[in-house]
Design a protein around this ligand. Structure first.
Ligand SMILES: CCCCCCC/C=C/C(=O)SCCNC(=O)CCNC(=O)[C@H](O)C(C)(C)COP(=O)(O)OP(=O)(O)OC[C@H]1O[C@@H](n2cnc3c(N)ncnc32)[C@H](O)[C@@H]1OP(=O)(O)O
Length: 302
């Protein structure tokens, strides 16, 4: 990292930002998630609006791999998460959960072994990638985010919203799960302990007012009739203007310092959360409830 400090080319002029859209080596493609670099921004976009950008375990792993790619690129200073359609992401894909339940690719010695592989390893990996990410994480909330995806949003450094219809829902109590993705730490930190309790215990969405009052959303772009693409473009243009003339290594230095405030507690809770959750998966309650969700017998109160 230190080698990069002082490299004059890192002082970025926005009007010279060129979209590279280059093919990056060493990473597979994923039809639900695209990525590209634009100047100092590494942009990751969820592009499966048809199922409200629900993600399977492999997709979450892919997100983690992309963060690693952004981490390694010395020209990248900001990792920007964007989405498409009316939701940012509806969380874990219930079809993916059913697939994991019926996973016969390996002869697992036990249910514990199966869920260590299908839940614990994946969940801990992607959460860790967000916790330790060295670039400034910016989330462009085009719509609501749910579950694991909402947990990852809560690990971002800056969150922008497209309008006042956005909300975050952590429906762990409705799905027979416990807090995951660092939410045991991130939600009390960002909303206060009692507000986090109220929303987690009673499966209550964090609506726009709470997101604003708490400072979770830094700016609402207030584009009620725009498409998510228009919103994404507007945010990126504004970010381009904001970084103009900045000495970008300072941003990474400050990210490292700010991150040091909570990284130890997040690392600790990442492991505690998945280990606590494992027994719920082995017992099977989340599977029953995800299946009800898939067949529309169960709904979240919104
Ligand atoms: C890293 C390890 C991975 C494993 C992690 C396991 C832990 C779990 C973490 C979580 O993320 S918990 C949260 C899971 N997600 C949900 O509970 C949300 C489920 N969806 C809904 O409640 C509703 O769809 C909605 C988001 C409230 C939207 O309702 P609305 O009425 O507006 O739209 P729908 O008609 O319901 O949905 C449109 C379309 O999208 C499909 N879809 C929505 N969510 C999911 C999903 N999570 N998985 C798969 N598909 C989803 C929905 O079925 C519809 O499709 P069609 O029926 O039109 O084909």
């Amino acid at each position: 990292m230190d080698e990069e400090i002082g490299r004059p080319r890192l002082v970025v002029q926005t009007n010279s930002i060129a979209e590279t859209d280059k093919e990056m080596p060493g990473i597979r493609k994923n039809e639900k998630i695209s990525y590209r670099t634009v100047g100092p921004f590494f942009i990751i976009q969820l592009v499966k609006p048809g199922n409200l950008n629900a993600l399977e375990g492999e997709d979450y792993i892919y997100l983690g791999e992309l963060l690693e790619l952004a981490d390694k690129d010395p020209h990248v200073y900001f990792t920007v998460l964007q989405s498409s359609g009316r939701f940012f992401s509806s969380g874990a894909d219930f079809k993916g959960i059913a697939k994991a339940q019926g996973d016969s690719s390996i002869e697992y010695a036990s249910e514990t072994s199966k869920w260590l592989s299908n839940f614990v390893a994946r969940n801990v990996y992607v959460t860790d990638a967000f916790i330790k990410h060295s670039k400034v994480l910016i989330c462009c909330l085009n719509g609501p985010a749910i579950g694991m995806s909402a947990a990852l949003v809560a690990l971002c450094d800056i969150v922008y919203s497209m309008n006042d219809k956005v909300y975050l829902l952590y429906p762990f109590a409705n799905l027979g799960l416990v807090t995951e993705g660092g939410t045991t730490v991130s939600l009390p930190l960002k909303f206060g302990v009692n507000t986090a309790y109220e929303h987690l215990m009673f499966n209550k969405p964090f609506k726009y007012d709470t997101l604003c009052e708490s400072g979770f959303i830094s700016k609402n772009f207030n584009m009620p009739s725009a498409s998510s693409e228009e919103f994404n473009t507007t945010v990126l243009e504004e970010l381009g203007r904001k970084v103009e003339g900045l000495y970008l290594p300072s941003c990474l230095g400050m990210k490292k310092l700010l991150q040091s405030n909570h990284i130890d507690s997040l690392n600790k809770i990442n492991s505690m959360e998945v280990n606590e959750s494992l027994k719920y998966w082995v017992d099977g309650e989340p599977l029953r409830r995800f299946s009800q969700l898939g067949s529309k017998q169960r709904k979240h109160r919104l």
